[in-house]
Design a protein around this ligand. Structure first.
Ligand code: ZN
Length: 245
C-alpha cells in the first residue's frame, strides 16, 4: 500500500509491521534525465516490490532531497547536510513505527546517501523502537552494478522502462559526448575531486546510449527480486539486540 495514495482508514486496516521508505535526491542527471531521477527510481523499486511481495507492505512517501552537495554547480540541484538527512530519516522511521510499521527497509536511489543511511539505520536499530536497514537498488542488480556511472547506462535504462516520458531521447547523443568515463579523479586509490563538475562537463558519467529500455526492465526485475528477498529476511529476523557479554 502506497501511503500517499491511501486514506488513513485504509492504512488502518493493513496488518503488517513492514514498511519501505524510498529516499533519493534532487540533483542534475545530465541534459537528458530529470533532476528527480534518484527518488523517482527508488519509489518505482519500492512500489514494484510491494506489489511482488507475498504479504502487506506499506510504502512511505519518498524523501526527495538528500546528500547531493557534490552536484551543487549544476542548476536545480538541492541538498541537505548528512546531519539533517539522518535526522529526517530517523524521525520519519519513528513515526512509521508509531503505527506498528516498525521493520523498515530504506530504499535508496542515490550513492551520496549511502554512508549516512548506514549510520542512521544502525542508530535507529540500536536506540529506537524500530529495526531499519538500507537497500540501494543499483547495488543489488548483479553484474550490471559495475556500469553504474551517473545518469549513465543504468539510470537511463531504468528511467526508459519506468518513466520513459521523462527521458529526452533527442539529447542522449549530447549526453554521451559530454560524459566522463569514471567517477572522480583517482591518484593512489584516493579521489582528489569533491564536486562532480571537476570531472564531468555535463554531469554525466558513463555512456547513456548503453541503457536500453530492455535493460531497464531487467534492472527493475533484479532490484525487486533482491528487495523481496531482503523483506522476507527482515520480516522473520529476531531484532532484539544481543545482551552485553
Ligand atoms: Zn542518480
Amino acid at each position: 500500500m502506497n501511503l500517499s495514495r491511501a486514506t488513513w482508514t485504509d492504512a488502518d486496516e493493513i496488518e503488517t509491521n513492514l514498511a519501505l521508505l524510498p529516499v533519493g535526491s534532487t540533483e542534475q542527471h545530465g541534459p537528458h534525465a530529470p533532476l528527480g531521477t534518484d527518488w523517482l527510481n527508488a519509489e518505482a523499486v519500492a512500489d514494484a516490490t510491494a506489489e511482488a511481495y507475498d504479504g502487506d507492505v506499506v510504502v512511505a512517501p519518498p524523501v526527495p532531497v538528500g546528500v547531493s552537495e557534490e552536484h551543487r554547480q549544476f542548476t536545480g540541484t538541492l541538498w541537505v547536510t548528512e546531519e539533517t538527512f539522518r535526522r529526517y530519516v530517523r524521525e520519519t522511521v519513528a513515526s512509521l513505527a508509531e503505527h506498528g510499521w516498525n521493520r523498515v527497509v530504506i530504499v535508496n536511489g542515490h550513492g551520496g546517501n549511502v554512508a549516512a543511511l548506514r549510520e542512521v539505520a544502525g542508530k535507529i536499530t540500536r536506540h529506537d523502537e524500530a529495526y531499519a536497514v538500507p537497500f540501494t537498488w543499483f547495488e543489488a542488480v548483479g553484474d550490471h552494478r559495475s556500469d553504474m556511472g551517473h545518469a549513465g547506462p543504468l539510470e537511463t535504462a531504468f528511467l526508459r522502462h519506468t518513466r520513459g516520458e521523462l527521458v529526452h531521447e533527442d539529447r542522449i547523443e549530447l549526453a554521451r559526448e559530454g560524459a566522463s568515463d569514471g567517477w572522480g579523479e583517482w591518484v593512489s586509490y584516493t579521489n582528489l575531486a569533491y564536486d562532480s563538475a571537476e570531472f564531468t562537463e555535463n554531469g554525466v558519467v558513463g555512456d547513456p546510449t548503453e541503457g536500453s529500455e530492455e535493460r531497464g526492465e531487467e534492472l527493475l526485475e533484479l532490484a525487486v527480486q533482491s528487495l523481496v528477498k531482503l523483506l522476507s529476511a527482515v520480516a522473520s529476523r529476531n531484532v532484539r539486540r544481543p545482551k552485553h557479554r
